[in-house]
Design a protein around this ligand. Structure first.
Ligand code: SF4
Length: 415
């Protein structure tokens, strides 16, 4: 039997990694190899390597699995032990060599490394850590490293990952504990949250030490993130938003990534046959932004959902909330608080900043606001300016229909 070449393994393991959306090289510290003898890499450049899901979405930067062998049997995963797929396995040295070769050719900005669980959680975690160690200590690699950690591995090994990586992630996988038990029987929600809690404490402690001692080691400077699969179980958007909010509050996550479940070849019978519409994933990202940057609580986002707890697909959650709570509008852009401006549909954080800066010097007209937004028609019913007052616009029964994109447009995004 001939052994597969590195390129053949790469074809299998890069393809197997494409279902994971939880990587983005954001939020780390600035670092470069300038002045480091024999060092290479920098976290300051733009990423140039992307990965594409089968539906054409650009979901991430470079990413590979150490192996797609796995002793677990998560129903939604193409790499589960009962799946009939081609398998391959890299050594840590091979991954490090590939990363360096690609980096030198300017193909990539760093490494996103995940793995199926081979032999045991500890053994796999050791291999992930060893890869990062070779890169950091043998190649003096200063580029971005994102390591997926394994919650079942020993806390010491997970800690070592944090000392070497910019970002670490631990996937919660599914929004509800019952969904996890049903679809990932080998995983345990308590164990996952325990690992996240340990990571949160280690990150906070390292930051504290760094403030006191300049040479204290950095620990996951880009924080921790997680991923939730959307549409594989019966969880509603309200369940997902509630879970994300608890994760942000409880574990100081940098990001929660939402990944619309993609039907996989040879799928388990317990999975839905159809994928959820991609626009659902987009609406969840919008609701995530509302909580992180627009001052909405999770309960307020949930207020924008329908009777089944799902966000409307035809309009964004901010507009849905404003249409439900019309009594808060219109707001006077020349007087109202930043918090209320952020709630005006069609005004982003940047536009709000510009309005606040401009109104210190002059009184704003509708035309001025129109220059800051893509659609003045969307903003108009919700604001008052010195030359515009919407006469009972927010009372109109057909306001939603007036503001929703036309059905033909929606088809562009529908799955
Ligand atoms: S642990 Fe589960 S999700 Fe991860 S590779 Fe194995 S089967 Fe897939």
């Amino acid at each position: 039997m001939t052994h597969p070449t590195v390129i053949e393994k790469l074809a299998v393991l890069a393809d197997a990694a494409k279902y994971d959306a939880s990587c983005a090289s954001s939020g780390t510290t600035k670092r470069s190899s300038k002045g480091v003898k024999g060092g290479i890499g920098s976290t300051e450049g733009m990423g140039i390597c992307h990965s594409y899901a089968p539906d054409g979405r650009c979901i991430s930067l470079l990413k590979i699995l150490l192996t797609n062998h796995c002793i677990f049997d998560c129903h939604y995963c193409i790499n589960r032990k009962s799946s009939n797929v081609a398998r391959a396995r890299f050594t840590p040295q091979e991954v490090a060599d590939l990363t360096m070769a690609f980096y030198r050719r300017n193909y990539i900005e760093g490494l996103f490394l995940s793995s199926g669980i081979v032999k045991s959680a500890d053994h796999t975690m050791e291999q992930l850590v060893e890869t990062a160690r070779i890169l950091r200590h043998e190649h003096q690699f200063r580029g971005y490293i994102h390591l997926k950690t394994i919650p079942e591995a020993s806390p010491e090994l997970v800690h070592q990952a944090g000392l070497l990586a910019d970002r670490v992630s631990i996937n919660v996988e599914l929004p509800t504990d019952s969904g996890l038990t049903r679809l990932a029987p080998d995983k345990n929600a308590r164990q996952i949250e325990g690992a996240m809690g340990g990571m949160k404490m280690a990150i906070a402690q390292a930051r504290d030490e760094k403030k006191r001692f300049r040479h204290a080691p950095t620990f996951a400077p880009a924080g921790q993130s997680t991923q939730m699969i959307v549409g594989a179980d019966g969880a509603s958007d309200a369940d997902i938003v509630g879970k994300a909010s608890r994760l942000y509050d409880g574990f100081r996550l940098r990001r929660v990534y939402y990944s619309a479940f993609s039907p996989i070849p040879d799928a388990s019978a317990v999975l839905p046959l159809k994928r959820p519409p991609l626009i659902r994933e987009h609406r969840l990202y919008q609701s995530d932004w509302l909580m992180r940057f627009y001052g909405y609580s999770a309960q307020e986002v949930v207020q924008a959902t329908d009777s089944m707890g799902n966000l409307p697909l035809d309009i964004d959650p901010k507009l849905a909330w404003a249409l439900k709570f019309r009594e808060h509008f219109p707001v006077d852009v020349n007087r109202c608080s930043r918090e209320m401006l952020l709630r005006v549909p069609g005004l982003g954080t940047r536009a709000v900043g510009q309005i606040l800066a401009s109104r210190r010097h002059r009184t704003l007209r509708l035309e001025d606001v129109g220059k800051l937004t893509v659609s003045v028609a969307k903003v108009r019913p919700f604001i008052v300016t010195c030359d515009w007052r919407p006469t009972l616009l927010t009372d109109r029964a057909d306001l939603r229909a007036m503001l929703a994109p036309k059905a033909e447009q929606l088809e562009l995004f529908a799955a």
